[in-house]
Design a protein around this ligand. Structure first.
Ligand SMILES: NC(=O)c1ccc[n+]([C@@H]2O[C@H](COP(=O)([O-])OP(=O)(O)OC[C@H]3O[C@@H](n4cnc5c(N)ncnc54)[C@H](OP(=O)(O)O)[C@@H]3O)[C@@H](O)[C@H]2O)c1
Length: 272
């Protein structure tokens, strides 16, 4: 298992995403992921599964130092309810602090300084070890870095069909990592011929190739999601082979498609 270093913090490079997993399913899959060897779990207030994720962690029997836990503050909680909402997340997750707390999306109206200050405050209170952002453009990343010097990551959509070189370059400049969400393009990598050809050569599948491609990039973390116990194990089985420079470049060339999958109406202007 690989780790990523970012702003003097160590983050396990392969995490387990939990969006859309609910109740007993979420509990079972989180427990399974920790059993298989994942040491990084990603949830969010808006996924409405923090309680189930907490139960899954408990069920796994893992100690608090055995996993890196991330949650995200939903933007409707920024104005009046920031610290209370984080307190409630910790209670649901059954932990005293998370490892990483993210601003889930930049607020469409509130000034950045307003909620970055609250993020730093909850960190100072010990509710999270590290802080970060999500869905931030390069411009917002630079503004955020001035307001909160110890940010460790920007979690953004990133898979073979989307060019995120500007976000990655900015992250390198700031000493941050980039966490790739929807890292297998919500399953679309399974349809791609280039990934299929490379997969066949390595005796792997397209999902494993896409995840390996992400993890071979400097400072990149990936958090695939699955509702299948078999896929949990398959997606972790990516540490026994390596993509060549040529294969890496072939996959990078797929980003000409510029396919953005997650694009809600409150998203910032992605034209960077
Ligand atoms: N910060 C944000 O705004 C944000 C936004 C979106 C996502 N996220 C985070 O990123 C995580 C991952 O992104 P995502 O959930 O959008 O999508 P994803 O991980 O790119 O794709 C999930 C899809 O891939 C399929 N899949 C997974 N492994 C597979 C395998 N080995 N073979 C075949 N199919 C496979 C799953 O189906 P099966 O269930 O059948 O395996 C599911 O339909 C989320 O769960 C969440 O934690 C964050």
């Amino acid at each position: 298992m690989k780790d990523v270093q970012s702003n003097k913090t160590t983050i396990p490079a392969l995490g387990f995403g939990t969006w859309q997993l609910k109740g007993d399913d979420a509990k079972k899959l989180v427990s399974k992921a920790l059993e298989v060897g994942y040491r990084h779990i990603d949830t969010a207030q808006v996924y409405e599964n923090e309680e189930a994720v907490g139960k899954g962690i408990k069920q796994s029997g893992k100690g608090r130092d055995d996993f890196f836990l991330t949650t995200k503050v939903w933007f409707e909680n920024f104005a009046d309810n920031f610290a209370d909402s984080v307190h409630s997340s910790l209670k649901k997750l059954q932990v005293d602090a998370v490892d990483l707390l993210l601003i889930h999306w930049p607020h469409p109206d509130l000034p950045l300084a307003n909620y970055m200050e609250k993020l730093v405050e909850v960190q100072q209170k010990g509710m999270t070890k590290h802080i970060g952002v999500s869905n931030f453009t390069p411009e917002l990343m630079r503004e955020a870095a001035k307001l909160a010097p110890n940010i460790v990551t920007n979690q953004v959509e990133y898979h073979p069909f989307l060019d995120q070189s500007k976000v990655i370059q900015t992250a390198h400049e700031l000493g941050w990592s980039v966490t790739a969400y929807s890292p297998i393009a919500q399953g679309e990598v399974l349809e791609d011929d280039v990934l299929d050809k490379i997969a066949e050569k390595h005796g792997k599948n397209e999902v494993q190739i896409a995840l390996r491609w992400l993890l071979q990039q400097k400072g990149v973390i990936a958090i695939p999601r699955t509702s299948s116990e078999a896929h949990v194990a398959d997606n972790f089985d990516i540490f026994d082979f390596e993509l060549s420079d040529n294969e890496m470049q072939e996959i990078f060339a797929l980003n000409a498609q510029n396919k953005k999958i997650v694009d809600p109406e409150f998203a910032p202007d992605w034209s960077y």
